[in-house]
Write a protein that binds this ligand. Structure first.
Ligand code: AMP
Ligand code: MG
Length: 425
């Protein structure tokens, strides 16, 4: 285990976050953030219908076969292949009718067929179902002109899930499809990790809330809205502490209260080195264990990750695009780990550039993009939105995705392969 002795960056005192706030590559900073996260262990039992989106707390094993019995995949006629040994066509008397929801009786006479419907149990000894379109019905007789292959149109018991099989692992999210699967095997309640509490603090003396008049020098608090929207998930309970002015005492009081009552604390603003940036000072006085101070990403170089007591802490930069980018890349995977999820990586897809961009190397850059065309391979041909200013929100709001430009990538030319990630998964 790594020793946790780091409190704040200082030239005399190197720390785990890097020497005096060394700029860490994105992947290293991201790994440190994930390592700083401690998964919650508490679980609660919920009715299945209320468990959507939550992290499954313990593996779920099926106690039944799915489907529970051999059943018909078609409306048609159940037949026995041994009745097709003579040359065709074959006429067989229809001796019974089995709609879905009715049991099949165990014995039917030799040399007969049974009218059957989708989802109805296939009687024992019957090997195939011939769809009704492939047979001639006349009175009580059905005539078949083709011998069906064995098993045709029969869904076998257990072919989807066999009794005893693991269907959902601990740490997997209960997606709509998994909820449906659990219902199909008869699960009424499910054990999930408890919701995590995330405290949100918007720092900045210039901030006012939408709905209030905008005074001179003031701006609306957009980061709070981005984060509230991004945190609006079934496994998160957000505790919104609102706006705090750039006053070290006021920030400290609020950060300390949030750290005591929440699993995760997210602040925005005040993490740079300016005179009005008080977060580092507050963290030092709160004895925070800091793992990340600066990340080689654009936007979002100053971003603080660490722990205050039992809470995971993220000090995100105030510029709106920087808030969004650092939340998505640095905070979200670690937050998912805190909540007990196993898979932390963002999804991505390949694309090709439709633009030229002269870039400065050295940082991973997140560029808002959109597209309306695809190349011959079906890959989106993406256009860059805006000039990537960390203060601009409109390119991000228009973006369909973010292109991730690695630190050592040279200028971007049309036709180059790019990696796209969601703006915020
Ligand atoms: P800071 O990180 O405090 O230096 O802030 C950087 C820039 O982001 C400044 O222009 C702030 O006014 C702006 N900013 C900080 N917090 C917010 C917020 N919650 N909503 C919108 N803009 C913000
Ligand atoms: Mg500020």
């Amino acid at each position: 285990m790594l020793p946790k002795t780091v409190h704040s960056p200082s030239p005399e005192r190197p720390c785990l976050a890097g020497k005096a706030g060394e700029v860490l590559p994105v992947d290293i900073a991201g790994t440190k953030a994930i390592k700083a996260a401690v998964p919650i262990t508490c679980a609660e039992t919920l009715p299945l219908i209320d468990a959507a989106g939550r992290a499954c707390a313990s593996p779920i094993v099926s106690t039944i076969d799915l489907p529970p019995f051999d059943n018909s995949a078609m409306d048609g006629y159940a037949v026995r292949l041994r009745d097709f040994s003579e040359p065709g066509p074959w006429g067989l008397p229809v001796v019974a009718r089995i709609p879905a929801g009715q049991p099949a009786t165990s014995s039917y006479p030799a040399g007969c067929t049974v009218r059957i419907f989708t989802g109805a149990p296939v009687p024992q000894g019957f090997d195939a179902v011939v769809m009704q379109e492939h047979c001639e019905r006349s009175g009580d007789m059905a005539t078949f002109s083709l011998k069906p292959p064995a098993g045709q149109n029969i869904r076998r018991a257990g072919e989807d899930v066999s009794k005893g099989a693991a269907v959902v692992a601990a740490g997997e999210p209960l997606t709509p499809a998994r909820i449906a699967l659990l219902a199909a095997i008869g699960t009424a309640t499910v054990e999930v990790r408890r919701k995590i509490r995330i405290g949100l603090i918007s720092t900045g003396s210039e901030l006012v809330e939408p709905g209030e008049p905008l005074g001179p020098g003031q701006i609306y608090n957009s980061n709070r809205f981005f984060l509230r929207a991004a945190l609006d998930r079934p496994w998160i309970e957000t505790v919104d502490f609102g706006i705090v002015a750039d006053d070290p005492e006021a920030i400290r009081t609020m950060v300390s209260e949030a750290a005591r009552s929440c699993d995760v604390v997210i602040t925005t603003g005040g993490v740079s080195a300016g005179e009005e940036d008080h977060m580092m000072d507050v963290l030092k006085r709160e004895n925070a264990e800091l793992e990340v101070l600066k990340v080689a990403m654009r936007p979002g170089k100053p971003v603080t990750v660490g722990r205050i007591g039992s809470a995971l802490f993220f000090g995100l930069p105030g510029n709106p695009y920087a808030t969004a980018a650092t939340f998505a890349r640095m905070a979200l995977p670690a937050i998912k780990r805190t909540a007990g999820f196993q898979n932390l990586s963002a999804s991505w897809m390949p694309a090709v550039s439709g633009f030229t961009y002269r870039r400065k190397q050295g940082r991973t850059e997140y560029v808002p993009v959109t597209w309306s065309r695809r190349n011959a391979d079906g890959l989106p041909i993406v256009e860059m939105l805006g000039r990537g200013s960390s203060a601009s929100l409109s390119p991000l709001a228009m973006a369909r995705a973010t292109a991730v430009l690695p630190p050592d990538l040279a200028d971007i030319e049309p036709g180059m392969t790019l990696r796209l990630e969601p703006v915020c998964e």
